[in-house]
Write a protein that binds this ligand. Sequence first.
Ligand SMILES: Nc1nc2c(ncn2[C@@H]2O[C@H](COP(=O)(O)OP(=O)(O)OP(=O)(O)O)[C@@H](O)[C@H]2O)c(=O)[nH]1
Ligand SMILES: [Zn+2]
Length: 507
Amino acid sequence: MDLKPVVDAINNLSTRLDEYQKETRAELNLLKNSIVPPSPTFKIHQSNIPEPLNLEAEQQPLTKRSSFGNRETTAVSPAPKAGKSQYPDRIILTTYPGNSKVNPIPLNWGAEDAAARGPIVASRHPQSLPLRNAIGAHGGAYSIYRALAVAMGQLDANHKPNLVNTEPVFHVPPNKSWFDPMKIVSMDPWGHLVQEAFGDKLKEGLDLRPTIALTKAHMQLAEIESMVKDGSLKIDGKIVLDKKGQLMVTKGAVEPVWYLPGIAKRFGVDEISLRRALFEDTGGMYPELITRGDLKVFLPPIGGLSIYIFGPPAYISDPTKKLTVRVHDECNGSDVFGSDICTCRPYLIYGIAECVRQAQEGGVGLIVYFRKEGRALGEVTKYLVYNARKRAEGGDTAANYFLRTENVAGVKDMRFQATMPDVLHWLGIQKIDRMISMSNMKYDAIVGSGISILERVEIPPEMLPPDSQVEIDAKIASGYFSATSAKSAEPPNLENIKGRTWDDINH
Ligand SMILES: Nc1nc2c(ncn2[C@@H]2O[C@H](COP(=O)(O)OP(=O)(O)OP(=O)(O)O)[C@@H](O)[C@H]2O)c(=O)[nH]1
Ligand SMILES: [Zn+2]
């Protein structure tokens, strides 16, 4: 028997093993030389951190030829300073609760007054860092842009917002839901009252940031103008201001603040599994999720929500006043750009018009707009799904509508409406007279959270855009509410409900 090939293979393996060991040793040496073993205070000295790449040479202002004509354009950003000069202090790791620098301000989620609850401190500014009691960063996904601004030297790393005159323009007072630690778990009920409730801490120099802002404005939409023109919406001078359909609105923006034990309970998982999944699926971005079990609040890097109120905001929590609500999830393609493959913008507009009508009749209307693009799967996934739908053998049918999304994303929906009602409880809503939605998921979440819905209102058939029949029939077949289809004797054959083909789209 010829053993030569076996011997060669063993030699080969042994050489590769040697090389691997050498590389590993080199890497270990590199690590040893560059990282100081954690001292009792877990400080890393600047001098021990490997020098950052010398970016100066690469960061001369860029001059490039615009593709539109021969105009020379110069990048607006100044040549940035090297990153480390933005942070003259030593890095302080707060990975472990035993670190002597770590002394978080206690948070009592659900406490009955602001002082007892405590402010949310997420800042790593030198003065706030030891008192930090939340994982993550303010601003949701925008924290990354803030980091870029700091890295480029355009924003002082220790900038604190000047909050003078930023207070809410209308009152959302505490209600009993605020004092049940499990009722509001995805936002900070005191988030709009930071300036008032924690003014003393702000004066002391803590970097506290409101996570809710409340303001007012006029708004104008082409469809509302048409409704005023055709007489279906009346000018009243208070809510519909003029023949252009200008609307008076009070509105607010809310950033997510998660109370992890409450989020875990809401989704029926244990807190440890939740923390592990959040750690893993953010690429290990927040190690404190694992190591800092003492920190119960997480500011996730996701979009928040907006509220639009038509009529007096105080009526929202008054059960003697009628309330119309539409909860809407973001669909940029339709909401902003008018794509006709789904019902989103027309349903949103119908919701606004119904809210306005409710307010004109002496009640109040509320739109809640969540940044959960493409059922929280994102727009890239959504457009991949559109392609798969249009290219499918047998065409784009209602029968396979959800299957196409599942094929790409693994699930048909990741909005998980369980935390959606938090904002309704924050506002003090006890019942909804008219709910402008067909979604069983939204309905079940709201009613399951203790808010009753007296009437469900579907989108009028005449408002359905040309290519959206597939979506609406697939939704109704999967459990969405429809008074119209409940009346019809025969359910439609979903194989026969077809959307446009690519050929139709091209012409
Ligand atoms: N992934 C995916 N998302 C879609 C598709 N079509 C629409 N969407 C998204 O579905 C969501 C629709 O949200 P809403 O307008 O609040 O409607 P809904 O929850 O279905 O129910 P209603 O309240 O009855 O309108 C938005 O986030 C859209 O971007 C699709 O084909 N695939
Ligand atoms: Zn849509």
